[in-house]
Write a protein that binds this ligand. Structure first.
Ligand code: ADP
Length: 676
C-alpha cells in the first residue's frame, strides 16, 4: 500500500523538491543550532555546511546554492554578531562567513560533479541493467528456441521415421498399384540393355504375351519371334530408326501370343544413354490395344455403313425424283397378283390417277388390260422369271380412250426368295408408229406405182421394138435390092428410114434398160479386168465421133496392169455415154479421159470444153427425161435418159457419179468406183 504523502511528494517536480529539501534541511539545522546555541561554540556554524552538502548530494547545484545562501543566513542569525542587514560586524566572522560561502560553493561545484558522475554511473548502470536484462531475455529466448528446436528435431525425427514407414508402405502399394494399373490398362513395360542384350519385362508384359511373369528370359531375338511375321520388318525398322536418331517411337504392331492368339500391341519406346551420351538401351511400354482397335475399326465400319446408308438414302431420293420426272412410264407391280406398288407421273398420265392404282391389282384397277391379255403376260413373266419385251404393242386403256402403241418391258424383280414383283417400263410410241405406218404405206404405193410404170414401159418398148425390127429388116432387104431393083433416090430414102429406125431403136433400148433397172432386173456381172484395156477400147469408139466434129481427143493411160473387179459391159457403157454426151454438147476444143487411183478406189474423169451446165440444173440432169434445152429448141438429139441410165449403172457397180461444170467452159463428169 503506497504512502499517500510519498505519492504526493513524488508528484512534486524534482527541481521544486530539491529546493524544498534545501529549505527543510537548512531550517532543521537552524532550528537545531538555535536550540542548542548555548552549548555550542560559534565556530560550530561551519556545521551548516552539512545541509548544503546533503542538498547538493540530493538535489544538485541549484538547491545546494540556495542551501548555501540560506545556511549562511541561518548561521549568521544563530551564531554571528551582525548588523541589521545580517553583515557580520566582526571581521573574523565576516571572513568566516566568506570561507563558508567559498566552501559552500566548492561543495556545490563538487556535488555537481559528483552528481554528474553519479548520474552517469547510474545511467551506465541502467544501461548495463538493460543490457543484462536484454541478455537475459535473449538467453531466455535462446533457451526457448533451443527447447523448440529440440522439440522440432524430435518431431522431425518422428516424422522422418513415419515418412520412412509411409514411403515403405507407399513403395509397396505403388508397386502393387503399378502392377494393378498395368494389368488394368493391359500395359506392360520393358527395358532392353543393349550391352547384355537382356530385355526386362514387367509382370504384365509377360501376361500380355500369355506367359507367367518371369517365365522366360527375354532377349531381342526372342522378342522378334513373338512378333507377327508380317510386322517384323516394320518393328525392326522402327527400332533401328529410333536407335539411329535418338527419337522416341510409337506405333502399332501385331504379336503372336503363346496361346496362338493374334493381338494388336501399341508399342512406345525411347533410347537410353549413359553419362557419355552413348546408347546403352531402350525403355518402353507395350499395350494390348486389340479390343480398342477392333472397337474403333467396328466404329469406323459402322460410320462407313451409316455414310453408305445416308448415301443410299440420298441416291434413293434422287432415284425417286428421276423416276418421277422420267419421260417413260415406270411401275412396280408387287406379288403374284400384280399390285401397283410404285407408279411414276408418266405412268399415271397413261393409266389414270395414282389413288385409283396404288395398292390395287391390275385386274381390279384396269380390267380392260386383263381382257387384252396383259395380265396373262405378267403371270408368265412372274412364274418363269423371264423378262418380256413388247415392241409397238397396241393397247387400249380407259383413261386414254383410243388404242395406242407401246414399247414396254416386263422385268421380273427378284430377291433371295425369287421373284417378288415386276418392273414395268413403258413408252407410248403411237406417234412414231403412225408416222412409220404412213411412210410405209406411201412407200408401198410408190413402189407399186413405179412397178406399174416399169411394167408399162417394158411392155410398150417390147411392143415398139418388134415392129421396128421388122421395119429395119424389110428396109434393108429393099435397100439391098433383094426384092427388086431400087433407084439411087429410093436407096437414099431407104437409108434415112433405116437411120431413123435405128435411132428409135436406141431410144427404146435406153427406155428398156431404165425400166429393167427400176424393176430391179438389171444385174452386174463382175469380172477382173485390165483398166487400161477397157479405156483403150472406149477411146477407139469415141475418137472417130470426136474427130467427125473436129474435136481433139486425149486418153491418159493408167499404169500398165491396173486391175479392177467390175461389170465391164456396164462400165464401158457408162464411159461411152459420158463421152458421147461430151461430143454432143461440145462444138470446139477437145475431149479428154483419164483415171486416178486412191484408197482402193478408181476415179474416171471425162472432160469436155463444151457448153456446160448451169449450176441450178446440175442435180436435175440425172433425172430421166430431163434436158436443159427443151425439145423445140434443142440443137442435139437425145431422150434425156442417158445420164439417168448412166448413174443407175454406176450405182449398181457400187460407185458414184458426179459432175462439175461451168457454162461456156465445159464439164467434168467423175465416175468413182471401188477397185474390187
Ligand atoms: P440427152 O439424151 O438429152 O443427152 P442425157 O440424160 O444424156 O440426155 O442428158 C441430160 C441433159 O443433160 C442433156 O439434155 C443436156 O442438157 C445435159 N448434158 C448432159 N451431158 C452434158 C455435157 N457434157 N455438156 C453439157 N450438157 C450436158
Amino acid at each position: 500500500m503506497p504512502n499517500p504523502l510519498l505519492t504526493r511528494w513524488r508528484k512534486v517536480p524534482e527541481r521544486t523538491r530539491g529546493y524544498l529539501v534545501a529549505l527543510f534541511l537548512v531550517a532543521a539545522a537552524t532550528f537545531a543550532s538555535y536550540a542548542l546555541r548555548t552549548y555550542l561554540d560559534r565556530s560550530i556554524f561551519i556545521l551548516f555546511i552539512a545541509p548544503v552538502a546533503m542538498t547538493a548530494w540530493y538535489a544538485g547545484r541549484g538547491p545546494a546554492a540556495a542551501a548555501t545562501i540560506l545556511s549562511a543566513v541561518g548561521a549568521d542569525w544563530v551564531f554571528l554578531d551582525h548588523n541589521a542587514i545580517f553583515i557580520p560586524t566582526d571581521p573574523h566572522q565576516l571572513v568566516g562567513l566568506g570561507a563558508f560561502f567559498l566552501s559552500g560553493f566548492i561543495i556545490v561545484q563538487l556535488s555537481g560533479l559528483l552528481r554528474a558522475s553519479r548520474d552517469a554511473a547510474l545511467q551506465n548502470a541502467a544501461i548495463l541493467e538493460e543490457q543484462a536484462m536484454e541478455l537475459e531475455l535473449q538467453t531466455a529466448e535462446l533457451e526457448q528456441q533451443t527447447a523448440e528446436l529440440e522439440q522440432q528435431t524430435q518431431e522431425a525425427q518422428t516424422l522422418s521415421e513415419e515418412l520412412e514407414e509411409a514411403h515403405e508402405a507407399l513403395k509397396l502399394s505403388s508397386q502393387l498399384q503399378l502392377s494393378e494399373a498395368q494389368s488394368l490398362a493391359k500395359l506392360g513395360s520393358w527395358e532392353w540393355d543393349i550391352r547384355t542384350n537382356e530385355i526386362k519385362w514387367s509382370d504384365e508384359m509377360f501376361r500380355l504375351y500369355g506367359m507367367e511373369p518371369g517365365a522366360a528370359a527375354v532377349d531381342y531375338d526372342r522378342y522378334q519371334e513373338l512378333l507377327h511375321p508380317e510386322d517384323r520388318p516394320i518393328a525392326l525398322e522402327t527400332i533401328n530408326e529410333s536407335l539411329k536418331t535418338g527419337k522416341p517411337f510409337s506405333y502399332d504392331h501385331r504379336v503372336m501370343r503363346l496361346d496362338g492368339a493374334e493381338r494388336i500391341f501399341h508399342a512406345r519406346g525411347k533410347v537410353l544413354h549413359d553419362a557419355s551420351g552413348a546408347v546403352v538401351g531402350m525403355l518402353g511400354t507395350g499395350q494390348d490395344v486389340t479390343e480398342a482397335r477392333r472397337a474403333s475399326e467396328a466404329l469406323q465400319k459402322a460410320g462407313e455403313a451409316a455414310a453408305r446408308q445416308a448415301a443410299a438414302e440420298a441416291a434413293a431420293g434422287h432415284l425417286n425424283r428421276v423416276l418421277a420426272q422420267a419421260p417413260v412410264a415406270v411401275m412396280v407391280m408387287a406379288g403374284p397378283d400384280h399390285r401397283f406398288e410404285l407408279v411414276n407421273a408418266q405412268a399415271c398420265s397413261i393409266l389414270g390417277p395414282l389413288e385409283t392404282l396404288l395398292g390395287r391389282t391390275v385386274s381390279e384397277a384396269l380390267p380392260e388390260l386383263e381382257a387384252q391379255g396383259f395380265v396373262q403376260l405378267m403371270n408368265s413373266v412372274y412364274q418363269n422369271n423371264e423378262a418380256y419385251v413388247g415392241t409397238e404393242v397396241p393397247a387400249r386403256v380407259r383413261a386414254t380412250g383410243d388404242e395406242r402403241y407401246y414399247n414396254f418391258v416386263y422385268q421380273p424383280l427378284t430377291n433371295d426368295e425369287g421373284v417378288y414383283g415386276i418392273l414395268v417400263v413403258a413408252n407410248d410410241v403411237s406417234d412414231l408408229v403412225e408416222a412409220r405406218l404412213t411412210s410405209e404405206r406411201a412407200r408401198r404405193e410408190a413402189v407399186a406405182a413405179s412397178k406399174a410404170k416399169s411394167d408399162f414401159l417394158a411392155r410398150m418398148s417390147h411392143e415398139l421394138r418388134t415392129p421396128l425390127a421388122a421395119i429395119i429388116g424389110y428396109g434393108e432387104l429393099l435397100e439391098d435390092g433383094i426384092t427388086g431393083p431400087v433407084t439411087v433416090e429410093q436407096k437414099r430414102q431407104l437409108g434415112r428410114i433405116r437411120s431413123s429406125a435405128n435411132h428409135l431403136l436406141a431410144i427404146i433400148d435406153e427406155i428398156l434398160t431404165l425400166a429393167r433397172m427400176e424393176a430391179g432386173k438389171e444385174k452386174a456381172v463382175m469380172h477382173e479386168i485390165d483398166v487400161g484395156d477397157l479405156m483403150e477400147s472406149v477411146a477407139t469408139m469415141a475418137e472417130p465421133l470426136a474427130a467427125a466434129k473436129g474435136l481433139g481427143f486425149t486418153l491418159q493411160p493408167v499404169p500398165a496392169g491396173t486391175l479392177m473387179k467390175t461389170d465391164p459391159v456396164k462400165l464401158r457403157q457408162v464411159l461411152l455415154n459420158l463421152l458421147s454426151n461430151g461430143v454432143k454438147y461440145t462444138d470446139k476444143g477437145d475431149l479428154a479421159v483419164n483415171a486416178e487411183l486412191s484408197d482402193g478406189r478408181i476415179s474416171f474423169f471425162v472432160r469436155d470444153t463444151g457448153i456446160g451446165v448451169d449450176e441450178s440444173h446440175l442435180a436435175q440432169i440425172f433425172e430421166p427425161f430431163w434436158q436443159v434445152e427443151q425439145t423445140t429448141t434443142r440443137r442435139a438429139g437425145g431422150t434425156g435418159l442417158g445420164l439417168a441410165v448412166t448413174r443407175q449403172f454406176v450405182e449398181l457397180l457400187g460407185g458414184t457419179l458426179s459432175v462439175e461444170s461451168e457454162v461456156g467452159a465445159g464439164s467434168t463428169f467423175t465416175v468413182s468406183l471401188p477397185l474390187r
